[in-house]
Each structure stands twice: as C-alpha cells, then as structure tokens.
Write a protein that binds this ligand. Structure first.
Ligand SMILES: NC(=O)c1ccc[n+]([C@@H]2O[C@H](COP(=O)([O-])OP(=O)(O)OC[C@H]3O[C@@H](n4cnc5c(N)ncnc54)[C@H](OP(=O)(O)O)[C@@H]3O)[C@@H](O)[C@H]2O)c1
Length: 255
C-alpha cells in the first residue's frame, strides 16, 4: 500500500481524509500547525503514520519537511493539497495580510508541494495529486473574493497539470466541495451570511462522505469530485450560476 500525504490533517476534511486513506491500508503523513492534535489523530489511525507540525503559509519553506516524510514512510504515492483558510468580508474592508496569506496557503504552497513530489512520481510512473479546491472556484462568491480567486487558481492549475502529465502514470484529481458545514471553516462561513432561503436551499455534505469519494476517485483515477453532486450543475451552466450568485448571495453580517 502507498504513502499518502494529507496537508491540513488536524481537523475537518483533512482528518476525515487521513482516516479514510488509513482505513484503506495506506500509511499517512499528517501535516498542519497543531502538532499535538495531529499526534492524537495519528495515534487513532489503524496504520503507520508520520506527523509534521508546520505552518504552510510560507511557500518558500513549505516543502522542507518532505525528505523526512519520505525517509519515514517511503516514496510519496498520493499528495492531498487540503490545508486552507478562508477570508470572508467586503473587499474594501478585509485584512490584506490575511488575504495574501490565504493566497500563499491555498494556491502557492499546493503548487510548490506538487513541484516537489512530481519528479519522483513521474520517475516511478505512478502517483496521484489531489487538489482540494472549492465550489467557490466554479461559483465565485460575493464576500469571498480572495478565497474564490485562490481556489479558482488552484482548480485551473490542477486541470492544467492533469493534461501535462497524461501518459506518465501520474494522475490529478480536482475536488470541488460544496458546503461541509460540520468543519471549523464550514461552520464559521455559514455564520457570516444573513440567513436566507437561498442559503437554506444549498445542499450540504459531510467530511466523511467527501473523503470516501476522494479515496474512490484516486483508486479509479477520476478527474474530479464535485460534492454534493447537485452542485455539478454549476460546472455545466456557468452563465446561470453567475446570474444566481450575483443576485441570490445573501448579504454579509459583520463578524
Ligand atoms: N468546509 C467547507 O465547507 C469547505 C468547502 C469547500 C472547500 N473546503 C476546503 O477544504 C479544505 C479543508 O477545510 P475544512 O473545511 O476541513 O476546514 P478546517 O477544519 O478549518 O481545516 C483546515 C485545515 O487547514 C490547516 N491549516 C490552516 N492554516 C494552516 C497553515 N497556515 N499551515 C498549515 N496548515 C494550515 C488547519 O490546521 P492547523 O490549524 O492545525 O494548521 C486544518 O487542519 C480547505 O482547503 C477548504 O478551503 C472546505
């Protein structure tokens, strides 16, 4: 079985992914800032694991732990770029430093980690890169300009790299989660918009089911995961999606 790296494994979707890959018999490297949390999660996994306490919002040093991870658990078979942060606010009011950090964490670091693992994957003729983008990439969301930009950038890069590595044995999965309201990010995000029918009608999913679908997509070499599945319409109807987002996105509430 392979070596899977999950960034942002200390909570939410990342923890569910670490668990789902471990349950399938893979060894897992868990990366995030909260090292104590990671150690607790690692101890509860059925298989071998390696823990890396690291702030990934500095792209220049974001990959410097990789050689130790390879030494601990072997060549990387799956890289899951999951760590992320979300800035919600009016664009003329947001904390610009936090916004720039979000571009670094959500876009620059995943590309740097991909750059770091791809040569060995191509040399071994196998491997998967999993990029956790967001529905905000397919439906850029008022009040989330920087977040939408970071995730649209990651999704675009992910598609481009998939085409680039075609035939090499390496495979890229681009993931578009909709609202996963049970995670820290999902729960916080829901409180930042005024309650409305449009928000209530949004389908919501769970981290465990999303993780199950991602593990399956890696095994089947699917190109993308859009979950909840109802959101697939946004990919095929971009004009209508834009119209709806512009008119139906609820107003922000102050934090
Ligand atoms: N929940 C949703 O509705 C939703 C929807 C679409 C996409 N997503 C995406 O799914 C991914 C996971 O989000 P989630 O919902 O599971 O949120 P979450 O529970 O807040 O998890 C975020 C993870 O990222 C890590 N992280 C944050 N800043 C970091 C940093 N500077 N360096 C290293 N790790 C960092 C956090 O760990 P530490 O704090 O320990 O560092 C945590 O493990 C994100 O990329 C998010 O954009 C979520």
């Amino acid at each position: 079985m392979g070596h899977v790296i999950v960034t942002g494994a200390s909570s939410g979707i990342g923890t569910a992914l670490a668990r789902a890959f471990s349950d399938e018999g893979h060894s897992v490297t868990l990366v995030a800032r909260r090292e104590a949390q990671l150690r607790e999660i690692a101890a509860s996994l059925p298989g071998p694991s390696h823990v890396v306490g690291k702030d990934l919002s500095e792209p220049a040093t974001a990959a410097d732990w990789l050689p130790d991870a390879v030494a601990a658990l072997g060549p990387v078979d799956v890289l899951v770029n999951n760590a992320g942060m979300q800035v919600i606010g009016r664009t003329d009011e947001v904390d610009i430093d936090a916004c720039e950090r979000s571009i670094a964490l959500n876009l620059l670091t995943p590309l740097r980690l991909t750059r770091a693992v791809l040569p060995a994957m191509k040399a071994q003729g196998s491997g998967s890169i999993v990029d956790i983008a967001s529905m905000a990439a397919l439906a850029p969301t008022p009040g989330m300009a920087w977040y939408s930009a970071s995730k649209a950038g990651l999704a675009a890069a992910s598609d481009a790299i998939r085409g680039e590595v075609r035939g090499s044995g390496v495979h890229v999965v681009t993931v578009f989660p909709g609202i996963i309201g049970e995670t820290d990010m999902g729960a916080k995000g829901l409180t930042r918009y005024q309650p409305s029918l449009a928000l209530k009608m949004q389908p919501q999913g769970t981290a465990a089911e999303l993780a199950r679908r991602i593990v399956r997509a890696v095994a089947r070499k699917s190109d993308r995961v859009i979950y909840p599945s109802l959101n697939t319409a946004a990919r095929h109807l971009p004009g209508l999606t834009r119209w709806v987002m512009d008119r139906m996105t609820p107003q922000l509430v102050d934090p």
